[in-house]
Design a protein around this ligand. Structure first.
Ligand code: PEP
Length: 264
């Protein structure tokens, strides 16, 4: 298994100068040789270049928040995987719940994005997670353990199986899964250790089925209102190999403290 991973998703925040300054602060705080965990900064497209140049020479990687499912052509407003690689990205987030639920991204589009990203040399962070209604429905059926589990795991199974469908076994090392319960993203509500453990364990089993012998090497991140106050507990959960951080990655102090908690 590779190092633990901390991914800071800035979403649609920070102008270029702010992004340059902020990424510089994180790079300086960590120092050039930081290697206790892998840190990835994921600014908006407009700030990729300034952040990339500010973190060059550090061990921090650059990532993008989205990608289009074709490599080039008449797709006004879209950005392709080769363009991201050319801009210095090593990583791309695919299937974030804000894209699935606000922008209507489908499992099929997500499969194309994963496939093209990996074939262009990017590492993909595939986000999956259930909605509040899906979790509540599973809880309502909790008198029957098997039904409860089936309902709870079903959206995650569909999202992962569909997204990874076109990958071959060799490509498994370029995939990271981020379990992000939709109801916990940007809401301040985070999943309990037990809730996280149950889903991460399920994802681990599913990955072992899809990639026999290799699924254990795929990192599984947790995301959803991760902050300094809950990072230690989250990282103590078995099968949590790092975190995807939204809001708390926009403060140098809290993001640095989260990185240090993960790096140990
Ligand atoms: C995210 O952006 O993936 C996320 C988990 O956001 P937040 O940490 O703000 O909930």
């Amino acid at each position: 298994m590779d190092k633990k991973l901390v991914v800071g998703n800035w979403k649609m925040n920070l102008l270029r100068e702010e992004a340059r300054e902020f990424s510089g602060t994180i790079a300086d705080l960590l120092g050039e040789d930081y290697d206790a965990c892998q840190v990835v900064l994921v600014p908006p497209y407009t700030a990729l270049e300034v952040v990339g140049s500010r973190i060059s020479g550090s061990t921090i990687d650059l990532g993008a928040q989205n990608v289009f499912g074709e490599t080039s052509g008449a797709f006004t407003g879209e950005v392709s995987a080769p363009m991201l690689a050319d801009a210095g990205c090593k990583w791309v987030i695919v299937g974030h719940s804000e894209r699935r639920h606000i922008l209507g991204e489908t499992d099929e589009q997500i499969r194309e994005k994963i496939s093209i990203s990996i074939s262009c040399g990017l590492k993909a962070i595939l986000c999956v997670g259930e909605t509040e209604a899906q979790r509540e429905e599973a809880i309502r059926r909790s008198e029957d353990v098997l039904t409860r589990k089936k309902l709870l795991f079903s959206p995650i199974k569909t999202q992962i199986e569909s997204a990874l469908d076109s990958l071959d076994q060799k490509q498994v090392s370029d995939i990271v899964i981020a379990y992000e319960p939709v109801w916990a993203i940007g809401t301040g509500k985070n999943a309990t250790s037990l809730e996280i453990a149950e889903i991460h364990q399920y994802i681990r089993e599913l990955l072992a089925e899809i990639f026999p012998g290799l699924g254990n090497n795929v990192r599984i991140l947790y995301g959803g209102s991760v902050k300094t106050g809950n990072i230690v507990e989250i990282m103590s959960v078995e099968e949590v190999d790092g975190v995807l951080v939204g809001g708390a990655s926009l403060s140098a102090d809290s993001f640095f403290r989260i990185i240090n908690s993960v790096g140990g």
